[in-house]
Design a binder for this molecule. Structure first.
Ligand code: NAD
Length: 253
C-alpha cells in the first residue's frame, strides 16, 4: 500500500485523485494539504503543511506555485519522495526543485497523462526528422479557470522539440504586437481558454507542400489522476534523484 499526502486536495485535481485512490487497492490518501479546507474527507486536511504529522510514503502536489516553498520544505524535512504536478512554477522554483534531487527523490511532470508523454516523444522524433525545414506551432486549449498560459505541457513539448533541433528556437507567444514575417527559427505557442476543456494540445509541423499535425485530447481529469497515482507508487522507496514520466513509462514497458 502506498500512503499519500495530497497537496491541493480540495482542488479539481485533488478531488479527482482522491476519488481514484478510493477505488484503488494499492494506494490511499492519508492526509491532505490545502489553504481552503471546506470539503468533508475521510482523512485529515491541514491548512499549514508543517503541522502535518501523518506517516506517509510520498507527497503529491497539484496545487499552486504559491504552495511550492512550504511543500518542498516539508518533503525535505520528512525525507519524503515529492511528486510535483503543479504548473506555472517560476524558473527559480524549478531550479530549487531540481536541486533537491541530492536530498530526496523528486518527480516532476507538467503532464501526468501517459498519452501526452507519448505525444512528446513523437514530436521529438518528428522534429529530428523534419529538422529546421518545417515551421512548428503549438496550440493548447484549456478550461476558462486555468491560471497559467501557455500550459506547462505546451512548454514541455517545445522544450523537448528544441533538444531535437540543430538551432535553439525562439518561443513566440504573441504575433499581435509585432508586424513581421514568421522567422525560420521560431516555435509559436498559442493558448485558447474556454468552458470546461480539460486539456488539448496540437503540434503543427507546417512545410511548403505538406502539414503534419500531432495532437492529444484529455476528455477527463481521470487520465492525470491515474498517472499521479502510478507516479506515487513508482516513487515509493526510491533513492534521492530526479525522476520523470519517461522513467515511469520505462518501468511499465
Ligand atoms: N501535471 C499534470 O498532469 C496536471 C494536470 C492537471 C492540472 N495540473 C496543475 O495542477 C494544479 C492544480 O490544478 P487544479 O485544476 O486542481 O486547480 P484548482 O484551482 O482546482 O485547485 C488548486 C488547489 O490548490 C489550493 N491552493 C492554492 N494555493 C495554495 C497554497 N498556497 N497552499 C495550499 N493549497 C493551495 C487551492 O485552494 C485549490 O484547492 C495547477 O497548477 C494545474 O495546472 C497539472
Amino acid at each position: 500500500m502506498t500512503n499519500i499526502i495530497l497537496s491541493g486536495v480540495n482542488g479539481r485535481m485533488g478531488r479527482a485523485i482522491s476519488e481514484k485512490a478510493n477505488e484503488s487497492s494499492t494506494c490511499r490518501i492519508v492526509a491532505g494539504y490545502d489553504i481552503n479546507n471546506f470539503c468533508e474527507t475521510p482523512y485529515p486536511v491541514f491548512t499549514d503543511i508543517s503541522k502535518c504529522d501523518v506517516e506517509a510514503d510520498v507527497i503529491v502536489d497539484f496545487s499552486h506555485p504559491s504552495a511550492f516553498g512550504a511543500v518542498l520544505e516539508f518533503a525535505k524535512k520528512r525525507e519524503l519522495p515529492l511528486i510535483v504536478a503543479t504548473t506555472g512554477l517560476s524558473p527559480e522554483q524549478k531550479e530549487e526543485l531540481f536541486a533537491a534531487k541530492s536530498q530526496i527523490p523528486v518527480f516532476y511532470s507538467a503532464n501526468m497523462s501517459l498519452g501526452v508523454n507519448l505525444l512528446i516523444n513523437l514530436c521529438k522524433k518528428t522534429a529530428s526528422v523534419l529538422g529546421d525545414k518545417f515551421d512548428i506551432e503549438i496550440v493548447e486549449k484549456h478550461h476558462r479557470t486555468k491560471l497559467d498560459a501557455p500550459s506547462g505541457t505546451a512548454l514541455s513539448i517545445a522544450d523537448e522539440i528544441s533538444t531535437a533541433l540543430e538551432n535553439t528556437p525562439e518561443y513566440v507567444y504573441d504575433r499581435h504586437s509585432v508586424r513581421r514575417e514568421r522567422g525560420k527559427n521560431e516555435i509559436g505557442i498559442h493558448s485558447v481558454r474556454g468552458g470546461s476543456i480539460v486539456g488539448e494540445h496540437e503540434v503543427i509541423f507546417a512545410g511548403s507542400d505538406e502539414i503534419i499535425s500531432l495532437s492529444h485530447s484529455a476528455t477527463s481529469r481521470e487520465v492525470f489522476a491515474s498517472g499521479a497515482l502510478a507516479a506515487a507508487e513508482f516513487m515509493k522507496g526510491k533513492p534521492a534523484g530526479l525522476y520523470s514520466m519517461n522513467d515511469l513509462i520505462g518501468e511499465m514497458k
